[in-house]
Ligand binder design. Structure first.
Ligand code: URA
Length: 428
């Protein structure tokens, strides 16, 4: 086969055969296809799309370029969860122990923050001593012993995706639904779980900015998972505003701990309980949302969280003694208006938290794990003039808190009309 023929075929709107797709990915993964040809193919996909079987062929060819985690030694149905990214998204930190508290094993590999989106692995690293890099054997053993492990993605998983994603990032070919779906699902399939819950976020703080794209991505990934025997469900969730009451690594660990200790906002508890209900159902365990909320109140989910921290070397005593770490500087910002919050732009808040040190503008940036934002009012809340809206926590002396506060204030709207917001918009 010749790469030029494959590019030409895709450019002309024809579907590639399984043999062609497999060859293309295999050869790229071993360095036999140069980046310039691969980027021409990716751009052809941008304009011509891919049909269902091409996407499935691409995904499975990608899976085959790396290690595949074998979870078969762990009894029962193993469930995984993936979010397409958000602001203040601490779902995994609460959901994984909650699901595990019902005896359903959660074996999860998570990512790091980039741009306005946070990463679970960075959040976990804000717990002193917590190890996110584990051997496959340790990962499997831990899930077998306590029913839960959350680690960073192994470097050996889906090698083709690592190369292709880096290439897409610099050739304006990231926002292509078939390529996003195959990138995400190849990693989920290689990670070995039997069932997968996909959280496809939509809104300013998300990858997918509108419902049409979110639905298409969700359906494409659900079809892919089910086609290869992984029970897959997607929820489309609202990411117009940040999730929960904090943005930032240690801050989100502290908020998660509060929820696991029976506190936190009722909306966040309800949202996570609804997600848990779906994940449990994928494992054949049917529970009411009330039953699930009970495990957030009675300490059962908290116990799983503590077990995971200890199993992965985290300093539980330090975390429980001082969940939040003080920063050198803070700036509290009050409302100048009275009324209901009608919008609280997630992207603006995420970028502000990133500039305060909580996120990475580029992969090599070093995080300030304690920096971030506390949010006192969210969409639907009533606020009086002079009441606090948010607080910025930071350690950088050169951070212009005055200017940054104004940027976020401008991204919050307040009016006389109360707007309702529901986290789960649709289930696919
Ligand atoms: N996340 C991924 O893992 N891959 C993509 O292509 C986009 C987002």
């Amino acid at each position: 086969m010749r790469m030029i023929d494959i590019i030409q075929k895709k450019r002309d709107g024809l579907a590639l055969t399984k043999a062609e797709t497999t060859w293309l990915i295999e050869q790229y993964a071993i360095g036999q296809i140069p980046d310039y040809q691969m980027s021409a193919w990716a751009m052809a996909v941008y304009f011509q799309g891919m049909n269902k079987s091409e996407i499935a062929d691409l995904t499975m060819a990608m899976v085959a370029t790396g290690e595949q985690i074998d979870l078969s030694d762990i009894p029962g149905v193993k469930v995984d969860k993936h979010s397409t990214g958000g602001v203040g998204d601490k779902v995994t930190l609460i959901l994984a122990p909650l699901v595990a508290s019902f005896g359903v094993s959660v074996a999860k590999m998570s990512g790091r923050s980039l741009g306005h989106t946070g990463g679970t692995i960075d959040k976990l690293e804000s717990i002193h001593g917590f190890q996110v890099e584990r051997t496959q054997a340790d990962f499997v053993q831990q899930v077998r012993d306590i029913g839960i492990s959350v680690i960073g993605q192994s470097d050996n998983l889906v090698k083709a995706d690592k190369l292709l994603y880096a290439l897409r990032d610099v050739t304006a070919t990231v926002d292509i639904i078939p390529l996003i779906a195959s990138s995400i699902m190849s990693k989920k399939i290689a990670a070995g779980s039997d069932a997968i819950l996909l959280d496809v976020t939509v809104g300013s703080g998300a990858f997918m900015k509108n419902m049409l794209d979110a639905r298409l991505l969700a359906q494409t990934m659900v079809d892919l998972g089910n086609a290869v025997g992984r029970k897959t469900v997607a929820v489309i969730t609202d990411m117009r505003q940040p999730l929960g009451a904090t943005i930032g690594n240690r801050l989100e660990i502290a908020e998660s701990l509060t929820v696991l200790q029976g506190g936190g906002s009722p909306e966040l508890r309800q949202f996570i309980a609804e997600l848990a209900q779906i994940m449990l159902s994928l494992a054949g365990v049917e529970k009411s949302v009330d039953d699930i909320l009970e495990n957030l109140s009675n300490g059962a989910a908290l116990e799983k969280f503590k077990q995971m921290i200890q199993a992965q070397g985290g300093d539980l005593d330090e975390l429980l003694a001082s969940p939040e770490h003080e920063t050198i500087f803070s700036k509290s910002v009050v409302s100048t208006q009275t009324g209901y919050v009608t919008s609280f732009d997630a992207l603006t808040a995420g970028l502000l938290a990133m500039r305060a040190g909580a996120g990475r503008a580029v992969k090599s940036d070093v995080l300030d794990l304690d920096a971030g934002l506390r949010l006192f009012k969210k969409i639907g809340d009533y606020v009086e003039s002079g009441e606090p809206l948010f607080e910025i926590l930071y350690n950088k002396a050169d951070f212009d808190a005055e200017k940054e506060s104004q940027v976020l204030l401008d991204a919050i709207s307040i009016s006389n009309e109360k707007v309702e917001i529901k986290e789960i918009v649709e289930i696919i």
